[in-house]
Design a protein around this ligand. Structure first.
Ligand code: G
Ligand code: G
Ligand code: MN
Ligand code: NA
Length: 254
């Protein structure tokens, strides 16, 4: 049976689940946020990662249903973390451009927040820089609506899309996530340090906070901290993990 058919079954059988990667405050080392990342517990093939199925789900028009489940699962998890008293500032979810094109993203998110009694301020959405570059008025309008609800907006994979900061300043963006390709090359190529410095300083001038993705070494951690970058994410602290492991990590670094 084809993947599209299996994906439909997976939606009906709720075979998707979320893992969470810690986002840490570089100054204190505390975990202050999470990025929710989808996984598929495939009945025969085991656990699959987004690269194995997200492109097909997008091509077959199934990403909206899947994305709706992601929003619901993430809100349920955030509610549980609030109830446990975990000191998290934000949990972010990745949004596909198709979810925005579908037109009901604002309503879907608002309904999920209400269903789980989650304050909008606890949620962040991640859109890629490429999405922002390619899409027009309707997308920007929806982002403003989400921002008005209190949801934070992050630009994922920043630096790979060649967006101009002139354009960024007119968008409701709260956070820039520097793509991990720049972080991983920091030690090897001097020019990446300049790029990273420029991104941090321009983001700060636009009142945005910065997260460095893919921090794998102490050097990278210290370097980004010295540049005034607020937050980091990467294997140095933890890969994406199940919720229970995530809670343990938060408490360990509290
Ligand atoms: O966890 P992993 O490194 O395999 O994730 C790879 C990519 O898959 C992420 O960078 C992200 O862009 C995408 N992704 C992860 N979770 C989701 C999700 O829930 N929805 C969408 N649309 N993309 C996701
Ligand atoms: O594109 P997006 O930022 O949403 O992707 C997040 C994904 O990046 C995670 O799912 C994870 O698999 C991957 N990732 C996170 N931290 C690291 C890291 O330190 N090194 C590498 N190589 N990949 C990472
Ligand atoms: Mn992301
Ligand atoms: Na990224």
């Amino acid at each position: 049976q084809g993947l599209a058919h299996q994906l439909k079954q997976a939606i009906n059988n709720q075979e998707f689940f979320l893992v969470y990667q810690p986002i840490f405050h570089l100054q204190s080392g505390m975990i202050t946020g999470a990025e929710a990342l989808i996984r598929w517990r495939h009945p025969e093939r085991g656990v699959l990662t987004p690269a194995d199925f997200i492109p097909q789900a997008e091509a077959r028009g199934l990403i909206v249903d899947i994305g709706n489940q992601v929003i619901d699962m993430a809100c349920a998890q955030v509610r549980s973390w609030i109830d446990q008293g975990l000191p998290l500032q934000h949990t972010s979810i990745n949004i596909s451009v198709k979810q925005i094109e579908n037109g009901d993203l604002v309503e879907v998110i608002q309904a999920a927040l209400e269903r789980h009694h989650v304050p909008a301020e606890s949620l962040e959405i991640e859109v890629t820089e490429t999405m922002l570059l390619q899409h027009g008025k309707s997308m920007v309008a929806q982002l403003w609506q989400l921002r008005q609800l209190g949801i934070a907006i992050a630009i994922d994979d920043f630096g790979t899309g060649y967006s101009s900061f002139a354009r960024l300043k007119n968008l409701p963006v709260d956070r820039v996530k520097i793509d991990r390709s720049f972080i991983s090359e920091l030690e090897r190529d001097e020019r990446n340090s300049s790029i990273v410095q420029a991104i941090v300083s321009l983001a700060h001038n636009l009142d945005m906070v910065v997260t460095a993705e893919g921090i794998e070494s102490h050097y990278q951690y210290q370097y980004m901290k010295s540049q005034g970058c607020e937050a980091g994410q990467g294997y140095l602290v933890s890969p994406p993990v199940p919720a229970v492991k995530f809670e343990y990590l938060v408490k360990q670094r509290w």
